[in-house]
Ligand binder design. Sequence first.
Ligand code: CU
Length: 178
Amino acid sequence: MHRTTVPLAMTLALATASALSAQAPLTARAEMINAQGQSIGQARLVEIANSGVWIELDVSGLPPGVHAFHIHQTGSCEPPTFESAGGHYAPEGRAHGIYVAEGPHAGDLLNLHVPQSGAVHVEQLATRVTLRADRPGTLFDDDGSALVIHEGADDYRSQPTGDAGGRLACGVVTRQDG
Ligand SMILES: [Cu+2]
C-alpha cells in the first residue's frame, strides 16, 4: 500500500525526532469523508523537526480534475457542506495564497491533480504548522483542525479561499501518538 518514499520519510522523521528528543515522532491522522458521510480514504500526518508537518493523503472516489487541498481552522466535518470546518487555518493572520505577498495561510497546501481513476496518493509538507501542543501554529488548538478537499482548483491568489468552490471531502485531524 505504501510507496518506498513513505518508509524513507518515516525513517527521516524517526531519526530526526530521536536525535533531538529521544521520543517517538508526533503523528496524527484524518479519516476523509465525502458529502454522503462515507470514508474515501485517509491522511497521515507526521511532525518533522524544523520542517513542519508532513502529510500523506491517500483517497479515492474524487471527481477527476484539479482540487484545492487545505487545512481548515475547526476540527469538525459535518456533511454535506463541511462548513463546520470553518475557513482556512491562519493563526498568524496572513492572507490566502502562495502567490500573495501577504500570504500564505498556515493551512494553505498545494492542489491535488486527480486522474480519471478518481484516486490520488500524494505527500505534502505544511511548513507553518505543528502537531505540538501549545506551540504557534499547532493543529491541536482549542477547536482542532480539519483537512478539506474542494470542488475546484486553488488559484493561490484569490481572497480568502483561492476561488476553490465548495467542499467535497473533509477529515478531522486526530492525534495518534505511539
Ligand atoms: Cu479549503
